[in-house]
Design a protein around this ligand. Structure first.
Ligand code: ZN
Length: 285
């Protein structure tokens, strides 16, 4: 099942630009918004599996918002691929990876335009993003996937100057400028991807591939990550978890490379889809 946010309404996706409006197809039982769908995720899934019909809608990419537009929390993970920890100059984590947040005000849909802050070194980080479907508190790894509603693509866009200024890294601030958390194009349930623990993901700048990895290389795979996080924080339906980026970020290159006004960033995950961000400079006041 694929679930999209079309102008704020939950839509079961049936083709790249068409689907069923959830509220109308369910006669008001679910929806209209995404948050209420995640709040009733188990009964929504049962209903959606019975192949509902009617209430067909068509949409364009510009109507798509984040598949979870109002998460209570966005949890983000650092250094979760060995080759990326290497290029960042850090040891790979063993007990727990670094955990930070991308503030919710940075969240946007799959095809946003991103303004580069003045003097900023803006970098790309394609990531598999998990959408939580059931409250998770101190759960085991073996039950973690049952608490996941689905998977989507995220870009953990990062401004490295502010991230690295000061005595300790400012991960959360440096990664939370407006539109620095594009997510989409829709949620795909784990049963619908080729292998939920081995998805190919990558991104390209102006058509040149800069990251190309596989989620089987996650040091903390999805199930372990969700279980470990749930021993500290309570994960709630609609929460997003950015699971970390593979190697190939601009900061890890020699010479370093950052996004410039006019660049287009394309990100993809096999079995999920694609996102596109255009970058522009700050306009003079
Ligand atoms: Zn990241």
């Amino acid at each position: 099942m694929k679930l999209a946010n079309v102008d704020g309404r939950a839509v079961l996706v049936t083709a790249d630009n068409a689907g069923l409006d959830v509220e109308r197809a369910s006669n008001g039982k679910f929806g209209p918004d995404l948050a209420s769908v995640y709040a009733n995720w188990d009964s929504f899934r049962s209903w959606a599996e019975q192949a509902p019909s009617g209430a067909e809608v068509s949409f364009t990419r510009s109507q798509l918002g984040s598949p979870s537009p109002a998460p209570g929390q966005i949890v983000a993970i650092g250094l979760n691929y060995r080759a990326h920890a290497d290029e960042s100059g850090f040891a790979a984590p063993d007990r727990l990876p670094p955990v930070f947040t991308k503030f919710v005000s940075a969240l946007t849909g799959p095809d946003a335009t991103v303004v580069i802050p003045p003097g900023g070194n803006v970098d790309w980080e394609v990531e598999l993003v998990v959408v939580i479907g059931r409250t998770a508190r101190r759960i085991g790894e073996d039950e973690a996937w049952d608490h996941v509603a689905g998977l989507t693509i995220g870009q953990d866009i990062s401004e490295r100057v502010s991230q690295l200024a000061g005595p300790a890294p400012q991960f959360s601030l440096g990664k939370s400028f407006p539109n620095f958390a594009p997510v989409g194009p829709w949620l795909v349930t784990p049963d619908e991807v080729p292998d939920r623990d081995d998805l190919r993901l990558g991104c390209a700048v102006d058509g040149e591939t800069v990251q190309d990895g596989r989620t089987r290389d996650l040091i903390f795979p999805v199930a372990r990550l969700v279980a470990e996080l749930s021993h500290t924080i309570t994960l709630s339906p609609g929460d997003l978890v950015f699971t970390g980026t593979p190697a190939g970020v601009g900061m890890g290159r020699d010479p370093k490379r950052f996004l410039r006004p006019g660049n287009e960033l394309t990100s993809w995950i096999d079995g999920i889809g694609e996102m596109r961000q255009a970058f522009e400079g700050e306009r003079e006041e």
